[in-house]
Design a protein around this ligand. Sequence first.
Ligand code: GLY
Length: 362
Amino acid sequence: MPELIVKVPAEETSYALKIEKNLLSQIGREISALFSGKKIMVVTDETVHNHYGENVLNQLRRAGFEVQCIVLPPGEQTKTFSSMPAIFSQLIEFGLTRSDLIIALGGGVVGDITGFAAATYLRGISFVQIPTTLLAQVDSSVGGKVGVDLPEGKNLVGAFYHPELVLIDPLVLETLTNQSFADGMAEVIKYGCIKDQNLFNHLMEMSSREEVMDQIEWVIETCCTIKKTVVQEDEKDTSERMLLNFGHTLGHAIEAYYHYEVYSHGQGVAIGMVELSRLAEEQGLTQTGTTEKIIKILENHQLPTKLETPADYAEILPYIEKDKKNFKGNLNIIVLEEIGSARRIKTDRTFFSKLEVGGNKP
Ligand code: GLY
């Protein structure tokens, strides 16, 4: 089984990330090997619970643990600060102590909110990530970013709090919708763009979900290896880790402008990567022809490459500044030198001015 070790140098600790088809049916054994306490709270959402909840809970019970489950409504609207009191109440009612365990079973929303609960309940309790979407398996379950949204914006409250273990079963991806799978592919393609030309070229040769699934363990292991290497170098996201945000500045603005109802995260990032690359090419920062390659690979993997309504860019750009992560007048933008190599530049809103005028040209 591919097993990666993610080091957390600041805390002088590390945790394992295991990737194996059918790992979900080994949960009892895996958790018993890690955890010698008594109580486990599993946090999941309704969709994941319907597919895998009973299986996971039964295995844990058979392994001798006392187990309860919190089932959240699915979707980003669950990931708010206002969801936290009810979660904490259930942890208290169950009598969970610092020597017990929380398991996050789900996608990015479940992982983020559960990780935040684990980071703050009793000032910190151990947790395990069992990510069930492609996006969570290659990105959000690795690297310790946990948190919730505020009415003022996404991910504005949170912590860097690492799990004890990440268990990735690629077979659970079979039950994802095509859109959710494609969303994860946007992040997979991003890794190729910023760090790995070989990954990019392999993905370029694939053009269906089935072809990706045929090599899914390799795809996930490759992405997680990149992510862990980046996070080990810059856990707190002040330099190297920012490279992971390629396409995200514009992507987040697109998501927010349409109130998170029209473009999903992956779709926003896909369009963001195309437009960012096009602007950087025009400014001589990115090798000519790069944008064309990105458009082709996104099309291969059923992702959009431009807005349906390009005139909306004029309205979308102010959302870059509304994003609380972007300091006023001082933007960190990730540009590709070429496929497989990225760097960070400090710029401002003028970087995007041609976007407002030109829309999606390629
Ligand atoms: N998803 C970006 C990061 O973990 O830094």
